[in-house]
Design a protein around this ligand. Structure first.
Ligand SMILES: Cc1cc2nc3c(=O)[nH]c(=O)nc-3n(C[C@H](O)[C@H](O)[C@H](O)COP(=O)(O)OP(=O)(O)OC[C@H]3O[C@@H](n4cnc5c(N)ncnc54)[C@H](O)[C@@H]3O)c2cc1C
Length: 416
């Protein structure tokens, strides 16, 4: 770890050491390609998040190094999680256990503060001789040299050039010369807040992550994700355009819900906040954007790849790091880093992720119609077969697609 002023050179430069940037570097290293990560903070560092890691994240960890999964499982600061609970506006719960056919002995999901999870990845990065990490440097600008791309920091005294840059700087989007993922299109962005509590009761025995859909806050939702030692990550999120239109204050929405909603008030009657409320943006993958340019690839939140329904972004961030490494290997072999060649990266990413992102966008839109959503949730809470069908939908895309079909709702009509 070092912070150096002056001019630097890298094979590949990566802006940002979140899951996207660190996965890119680790997947490149597996191919024998060196990289330099520039990170504005100094690790271990906080990241505002729900702290829920799905099976998709575990799959990516396993791909990087199966030992990472064991290390994660052994961390005392993580909690294994076995499913999701959706609470309908009438507070009926729909528990949906994750299916875990491939590794039945391993917990399918985990909840862990991002400061700890990202540090686990950073430790792996620092063990890798092909990766250099420069911390405490904020990239402000991208520009082009004759045969390279040059990144400059806010002071103008640090410059690094490389054949190609991977933008992995998350949702902050303030780097001149880069592509703004959502261009202030608030329909494709959500705003979220989170706060840590202790003393929250009513946690599911399988440490399920809880999503609360409250009539007055639809299509947004509150979450309560249990953590070790009886603590919990509690938050609220909603599409930013709706937040602005309704002039909502998320802090107020959450505080009122924890007092006024009888079910939540019971769960929080002995709870105490352990932190202040922190807010951050979620660039949603509800529309395709340009993911590359000349000598430039966008990954993770910088590429607007968050699931529009669940708000999950860590898994896609890590997978896009894998995709970036695959593309960079090809680009190096071909000696091509131009915008036209890099379009292959966009196609590769959307070929893998678009089906799921589109289905989730559809579910996000369904929640926009409270009456329809309430009706579906009432049907599901009353019918175990439908619950099984939803369980399959969690990890089976073709099953999930059924939610986008009129025939699904016609079948619901015929059920008691
Ligand atoms: C309230 C909230 C709740 C969420 N809950 C979940 C959840 O439970 N599960 C889930 O999977 N996802 C969740 N997400 C989404 C998830 O946090 C992101 O999708 C994920 O962190 C994206 O990873 P990333 O590497 O792209 O970006 P980040 O994790 O944001 O990492 C970006 C890195 O770049 C650095 N950086 C930024 N700007 C610069 C710069 N100019 N120069 C150098 N470095 C820079 C940052 O310091 C940071 O280290 C949530 C998000 C929010 C806001």
């Amino acid at each position: 770890m070092e912070r150096i002023l002056g001019d630097h050179r890298a094979e590949v430069v990566i802006a940002g050491a979140g899951p996207a940037g660190m996965s890119t570097a680790l997947f490149l290293a597996k191919k024998g390609i060196g990289s330099t990560i520039i990170e504005k903070e100094t690790f271990p560092r906080e990241k505002i998040c729900g702290d829920g890691l799905s099976g998709w994240v575990i799959t990516m960890l396993r791909r990087i190094n199966p030992d990472l999964v064991t290390k994660l499982q052994e961390l005392p600061c993580q909690l294994p999680s076995y499913g999701v609970r959706f609470f309908a506006p009438n507070m009926k719960a729909v528990p949906l256990p994750y299916r875990n056919a491939k590794y039945p002995d391993d917990p399918p999901g985990h909840i862990i503060r991002r400061i700890d999870f990202d540090n686990l990845l950073m430790e792996e990065v620092l063990r890798e001789p092909l990766i250099k990490v420069i911390q405490g440097v904020t990239i402000a600008k991208l520009e082009y040299g004759t045969n390279d791309i040059i990144l400059t920091d806010t002071s103008g005294n640090f410059r690094i050039s490389a054949a190609i840059c991977v933008m992995a700087s998350g949702a902050s989007g303030k780097i001149t010369g880069s592509i703004d993922p959502v261009k202030r299109d608030y329909k494709h962005q959500a705003t979220g807040i989170r706060q840590y509590f202790e003393g929250v009761t009513g946690v599911h025995e399988g440490n399920f992550v809880d999503f609360y859909f409250l009539d007055e806050f639809l299509p947004g939702y509150l979450w309560v994700f249990p953590q070790p030692d009886g603590t919990a990550n509690v938050g609220a999120g909603i599409r930013t355009d709706i937040l602005k239109k309704r002039k909502l204050t998320l802090k107020q929405v959450m505080e009122q819900a924890l007092i006024q909603n009888a079910h939540l008030a019971e769960r929080f009657k002995n709870a105490r906040p352990l932190s202040g409320i922190a807010a951050w943006n979620l660039p949603l993958g509800s529309k395709k954007i340009k993911l590359s340019g000349n000598r430039l690839l966008l990954t993770g939140d910088a590429g607007s790849l968050i699931d529009p329904f669940t708000g999950e972004g860590v898994g896609n961030a890590m997978w896009s790091g894998f995709a970036a490494a695959e593309h960079i290997e090809k680009a190096m072999k071909a000696g091509r880093f131009d915008a036209s060649f890099n379009k292959q990266y966009d196609r590769f990413v959307y070929k893998k992720l678009w089906k799921e992102l589109r289905n989730s966008t559809w579910i996000q839109k369904l929640i926009n119609y409270p009456k329809l959503f309430n009706w579906v949730m009432n049907k599901v809470t009353a019918n175990p077969d439908l619950q099984q069908s939803l369980i399959r939908m969690i990890d089976d895309l073709d099953e999930r697609k059924k939610l986008t079909k009129i025939s699904f709702y016609l079948r619901l009509l015929s059920r008691k």
